[in-house]
Ligand binder design. Structure first.
Ligand code: IPE
Ligand code: IPE
Ligand code: MG
Length: 254
């Protein structure tokens, strides 16, 4: 790859994380039930996988259910779980066609059996695909993930001396291993739809240096053009990772 191509490619985020928000407000505006909003929102999933792949994005993570969403009315939670169990199997042939590999983040062991089964099947069926990774975040919470990482660290070492040594040498890179998932890249671009400007416990670890983008479009109405606008905005930003602009632009030798 030539250096100019290399530069262009760096302007495409490798990992895009999306907080798919606004299903309820979209439904209300149409005089529909919240569940109908979730149904229409779930339909956008297959679109976004294709758009992401076509844009050259390697990973797209989708916030589908947070650790806080259990606090919603029981009927809505049950409806969301049923939706996943029924819609996911229908998405598998499409994911095979797109070359999409399904991964999950979050404690899926707490999901109802049918939803868990649908997820396991879809993960297994798509595991050999390589065009784009789709990371479905279910019963996911950034706090939960870090707390679980600490628990794993504390229970990994049987001998106290080993544990103290590991603790003394612990860095952000070595701690990452204890978060218990492989293959997840740092989030480059974090998009939230639906107009709210908060991250709601999403990707607290991986999005440490993500560029943030807030779209007013409610998730069920999200289009490829909305994604393209976010990607164009991302491409115009200077990511400094703590350095100065002069260092990034190479106008200083230091
Ligand atoms: C996001 O849409 C979907 C989930 C959280 C499952 P919402 O249901 O939060 O929609 P609003 O924010 O009420 O409009
Ligand atoms: C975040 O949306 C979670 C998902 C999109 C799954 P919420 O609508 O639950 O977020 P808050 O609680 O309003 O911040
Ligand atoms: Mg919401």
């Amino acid at each position: 790859m030539s250096s100019s191509e290399d530069q262009i490619n760096q302007r495409v985020p490798q990992h895009v994380a999306i907080i798919m928000d606004g299903n309820g407000r979209w439904a209300k505006a149409q005089g529909l039930s919240r569940l109908e909003g979730h149904k229409q929102g779930a339909k956008r999933l297959r679109d976004v996988i294709r758009w992401a792949r076509d844009a050259g994005i390697k990973q797209v993570s989708l916030y589908a259910f947070s650790t806080e969403n259990w606090k919603r009315p029981k009927l809505e939670v049950a409806g969301l779980m049923t939706l996943m169990a029924t819609m996911l199997p229908l998405e598998v042939p499409k994911m095979m066609e797109e070359g999409a590999r399904l991964l999950t983040l979050g404690d899926t062991s707490k999901l109802p059996w049918l939803a868990r089964k649908a997820l396991q099947r879809a993960v297994k069926a798509t595991q050999g695909n390589t065009s784009v990774d789709v990371i479905l975040c279910l019963n996911y919470g950034g706090h939960q993930e870090i707390v679980e990482g600490i628990k794993t660290f504390c229970t990994t070492f049987s001998n106290e001396e080993e544990k103290q040594k590991a603790l003394a040498n612990l860095t952000d890179e070595s701690f990452y291993v204890f978060l218990g998932r492989k293959d997840v890249l740092p989030v480059d671009l974090l998009i939230r739809t639906g107009g709210e400007k908060r991250i709601s416990n999403f990707h607290l670890w991986d999005a440490a240096y993500a560029e943030l983008y807030f779209s007013d479009t409610n998730w069920p109405a999200y289009t490829e053009n909305d994604l393209k606008e976010a990607l164009a905005d991302f491409a115009s930003r200077e990511r400094r990772f703590g350095k100065t602009s002069e260092q990034i632009q190479g106008v200083t030798n230091e």
